[in-house]
Design a protein around this ligand. Structure first.
Ligand SMILES: Cc1cc2nc3c(=O)[nH]c(=O)nc-3n(C[C@H](O)[C@H](O)[C@H](O)COP(=O)(O)O)c2cc1C
Length: 321
């Protein structure tokens, strides 16, 4: 079976989510995107993004930047932490805040810089270095061949392609034909990414010959996607909240909100997605802003549990003699 990795997601792939996804079968996870400059400056907020839990086994640090020497210095510091299995370079993020700095997908418009970044980082550390990127800025400007040539030259160990172009954002069809060509064009292991949500979509992408698949959005709704299953959303939420509270407690010294408040925000931002499709889930979504404490969340979940256990009107009609 092809290995499935949890893709990096800014503000989502915290140690809590990574631990849950590893437990559900993710063979590798990535931190959220971390600014190389912040690491070099020793910013406590940035370093917080590089916290890991001792039980994490296969976590890679996912870094972004535009200056080869600064990214190399950041990679050295990350390696010295001794927490990571590898270092991954972001060369695919289309968010203007990142591309305006010449980082993320802006690197696909500045290939000499992209090549120099890979080379500098791979030379700076003994840890394996990978890159996550896209097929090109747009379908008329494919850059995947140059990316592969530069990655081979730099000594990068693998390349993950989000099988879309920057111009597509996160929507539109994935280009599996081009992904297949990329796999055939190199001896480097290639990872595939983009709209893998279940076994069928995983098999379709695996058929291109990629070595592993990265899954992002589907894991936000169902971490058990890593074993093609479906976990109990109530148990999942309980475990996730406990882990998130543990992570947020590490920020207590510099955060302006309490660990409980930031854990509640995490629930409001994405954990409610675990209940998508259940009776009462839309009502929960509509009332998220009223949830201020963990007790509020527990009470809302108890209501949802009762709604999920109650027979539907169709079932009640069948039960009525
Ligand atoms: C909320 C969110 C945050 C993301 N943050 C990052 C990031 O920090 N670095 C990165 O390389 N990709 C990031 N991505 C892109 C994903 O890693 C992935 O490439 C993309 O969502 C396509 O995969 P999917 O169809 O499985 O979601 C992010 C995606 C989402 C939805």
């Amino acid at each position: 079976m092809i290995p499935l990795f949890l893709a990096p997601m800014a503000e989502f792939t915290t140690p809590a989510m990574r631990v849950l996804c590893e437990a559900c079968g993710a063979a590798r996870t990535y931190t959220e995107m971390v600014n190389a400059e912040g690491i070099c400056r020793g910013s406590s907020k940035t370093l917080f993004l590089l916290e890991t839990f001792p039980e994490e086994r296969h976590v890679w640090a996912h870094l972004y930047g535009h200056d080869p020497e600064r990214l190399a210095e950041a990679a050295r510091r990350v390696e010295a932490m001794g927490r990571f299995e590898g270092i991954d370079i972001n060369a695919g993020c289309p968010v203007p805040r990142i591309t305006a700095q010449g980082a993320g997908s802006a690197l696909l418009r500045d290939l000499p810089r992209f090549g120099a970044l890979m080379k500098a980082v791979a030379k700076a550390v003994a840890l394996p270095v990978s890159v996550k990127t896209r097929l090109g800025p747009n379908p008329h400007v494919p850059t995947w061949r140059e990316t592969l040539r530069m990655a081979e030259d730099a000594g990068v160990v693998s390349v993950a392609f989000h099988a879309r172009y920057t111009s597509q954002g996160h929507t539109g069809p994935t280009d599996l034909d081009t992904l297949r060509k990329a796999v055939a064009a190199t001896a480097l292991p290639i990872c595939g990414n983009g709209s893998v949500t279940d076994r069928a979509s995983a098999e379709a992408m695996a058929a291109t010959g990629v070595h592993a698949l990265l899954i992002a959005r589907a894991a936000l709704e169902n971490p058990a996607v890593f074993s093609y299953g479906h976990a109990d959303p109530f148990e999942l939420t309980e475990r996730h909240l406990e882990l998130e509270l543990r992570y947020r407690s590490l920020a207590a010294a510099f955060s302006h909100i309490t660990p409980e408040e930031s854990t509640v925000l995490t629930f409001r931002r994405h954990l409610f997605r675990y209940f998508k499709g259940l009776p009462g889930a839309n009502r929960l979504r509509g009332s998220l802003m009223n949830l201020k404490t963990l007790d509020d969340i527990r009470a809302a979940l108890n209501t949802l549990k009762a709604a999920a256990a109650a027979p539907t009107s169709a079932e009640s009609a069948m039960l009525t003699p």
